[in-house]
Design a protein around this ligand. Sequence first.
Ligand code: BG6
Length: 495
Amino acid sequence: DGERIIFMYYKEIDSFPEDFLWGAASAAYQIEGAWNEDGKGPSIWDEFSKIEGKTFEGTNGEVAVDHYHRYKEDISYMKEMGLKAYRFSVAWSRVIPDGEGEINEKGLDFYENLVDELIKNGIEPVLTLYHWDMPQALQDKYGGWESREVIPAFEKYCEALFLRLRDKVKYWVTMNEQNVFTSLGYRWAAHPPAVTDLKRMYAANHVVNLANATAISLFHQLVPKGLIGPSYGYGPIYPLTADPSDVLAAENAEAFNNDWTLDVYCRGTYPKFVMKQLEHLGIAPQVTAEDSRLLTSATPDFLGINYYHGGTVQQNRIEKPENQSSTEKNFSKTDPYLMQPKEEQAMSPEVPMFNGIENPYLEKTKWGWEIDPVGFRVALRRIQSRYDLPVFVTENGLGAIDVLTEDKKIHDDYRIDYLNEHLVEMKKAIADGVEVIGYCAWSFTDLLSWLNGYKKRYGFVYVDRDEHDEKTLERIPKDSFYWYQQVIKENGENL
Ligand code: BG6
């Protein structure tokens, strides 16, 4: 009967592959601290976070959760948990302090020691090359990603890491959430370099694409046994209704938000529909024939996907003025997946294309992020059918306020529920035929949120500190730590 068929479909047909990479993730700026130790140069985040009013309660990463000095302790918790993979990022300015000159051996040593410690404990390292912390020197000298001059600098930095770690690290991530750091950096001025200019945003985005392809090409020459891909912040778009105009609006939004980046990564071409709109407005990036050759020649081995939530749209408010209504989504600029805030300038290419709106079916977190586990399955399915590459889920998690009890426990059942629901949907996506090679929850320990300090926590391991006080920095496993330990032990069998 029907129930039995459904049961078989999800519970009996598909188990997780034996070598599935159950992991957790982090990023250098958010955990390391030691911002100027052992020769590290300043990054754009070291500078930006010191500008008044830019981050929550003025938090910065000078100390963060002091992982630089406590990585062995952190890895001992990973081992206790049974983690199979750990995704971390390298701070470019630790390896090359001014971004393009001398290599700082001490910087490379730190990451090699970290990798050795992971391997010693049976944990597969997953190394992200760029998680938003451009060396400040490159920003000052060339204007950062707006200039093609940073491409050879990035290539040099990647080469140093490939050569040092190619026998030890198999999985490499190029760019973390290019869509997020370009839009928050160049459109909404919420991240460095705090620009609000669409033309500059599209120009910088193109340079990032070229740097990504350059790194992948070099990797394929130097690390033939490794696997590399970018991590994209993917949110599937839904139409609010079955009105064909809303459906078309969703197609438009999917093209602007997702195809715009992913088509370049996976096919080497920009989607024509979006490019045409940008050309009309005179804000399209300059793409040379040589650029196109590079972009089509360097394809990733897998696609990293960070999934938090998607978006819902309806027909644009020019053709349907009643859509300019109170139901319109109240966008927050600290949400990296925002699509089209209402105060957007008239020349925005998205305005005639779709109108972002609240989804009436979904609950939200305290920070207004929709909670949508089924959307995770939709995301994985869409990626599989459009690009047919193995997927590595490189981030997924719940930001919440955690309370440390007097007996030093954190009862984060809300996080367990969230992760459990997402893992169930991922398992269904695997049953649907999506090749998922691993899943890294965000995050392993608590860490510094770029714009939300330590109030918004994601970790399996609590870190005793807050915005105002570094406190003891003690590590305390949360209830979710033991829950995930069990999931890993059973290889997801009982999800
Ligand atoms: C992702 C980033 O966008 O979201 C992470 O890759 C980040 O670095 C995570 O921490 C959560 O964002 P937030 O704003 O809730 O801390």
